[in-house]
Write a protein that binds this ligand. Structure first.
Ligand SMILES: [Ca+2]
Ligand SMILES: [Ca+2]
Ligand SMILES: [Ca+2]
Length: 216
């Protein structure tokens, strides 16, 4: 009896260990921002589980801010071009988005990001997997004395509400969720320290060289 019980426990532990080791690896190929036409690149860790970005505007007038990410899921196991995207929900007023192959093969999301005009279309649906990149943008107007706070987050946790983009690797059974909020209020407000994760720290100036070549 004891021997059977012990064997059963050993098998359970093996299964738990195997499940734990199957966590997908997320890497970042490109992470750049277009702020009113100024392009900057964020440095990101070699792999990540979740990333978030916060920034604020206080200069009166019209602004746009677009965050572009080109994540890959388990690229060393099943490539970076077995993935697809989806747009869930309805964009907020002033919000733009794009899901597409970044432009190594056929997509125009990186070009549209540079031009400051996302096309609000999904170029990599589940019927045609490829290399997914995601972009979210905001166009907004600030009156004197107003502050705009922007927040972006990319993680495995689905937002409970609002508009968001997804990037799924069906072979890894993993999905990344990309969402953003814009809050405009009077006066200035110091962001909560816990929400400032990558604020400006990795900004590396002009757009980084794009290393990867088109896949066959
Ligand atoms: Ca993959
Ligand atoms: Ca496109
Ligand atoms: Ca990608």
């Amino acid at each position: 009896m004891n021997r059977i019980l012990i064997l059963g426990l050993a098998i359970m532990m093996l299964i738990l260990t195997a499940t734990g080791s199957q966590a997908a690896v997320f890497t970042m190929e490109i992470n750049e921002v277009n702020v009113d036409g100024w392009i900057g690149g964020f440095s990101t860790p070699s792999d990540f589980t979740a990333l978030s970005w916060t920034t604020s505007f206080t200069t009166p007038g019209s602004h746009f801010y677009i965050l572009f990410v080109d994540p890959d899921i388990d690229q060393n196991i099943n490539t970076y071009f077995n993935e697809y995207g989806a747009a869930i929900g309805t964009p907020a007023a002033g919000q733009s988005w794009e899901i597409d192959e970044p432009g190594y093969v056929y997509g125009d999301s990186y070009a549209n990001f540079l031009a400051g005009a996302l096309d609000n279309m999904n170029g990599v649906p589940s019927s045609a997997p490829d290399d997914v990149s995601l972009a979210l943008g905001w166009n907004f107007l600030l009156a004197p004395g107003e502050t705009a706070d922007l927040y972006f987050v990319l993680s495995e946790i689905a937002p409970s509400s609002g508009f968001y983009l997804t990037q799924t690797d069906p072979d890894s059974n993993a999905t990344l969720y990309f969402s953003s909020t814009l809050t405009i209020h009077d006066g200035t407000q110091v962001p909560e320290p816990s929400s400032v994760v990558l604020l400006g720290a990795g900004l590396a100036g002009l757009a980084m060289a794009r290393k990867r070549k088109a896949h066959p």
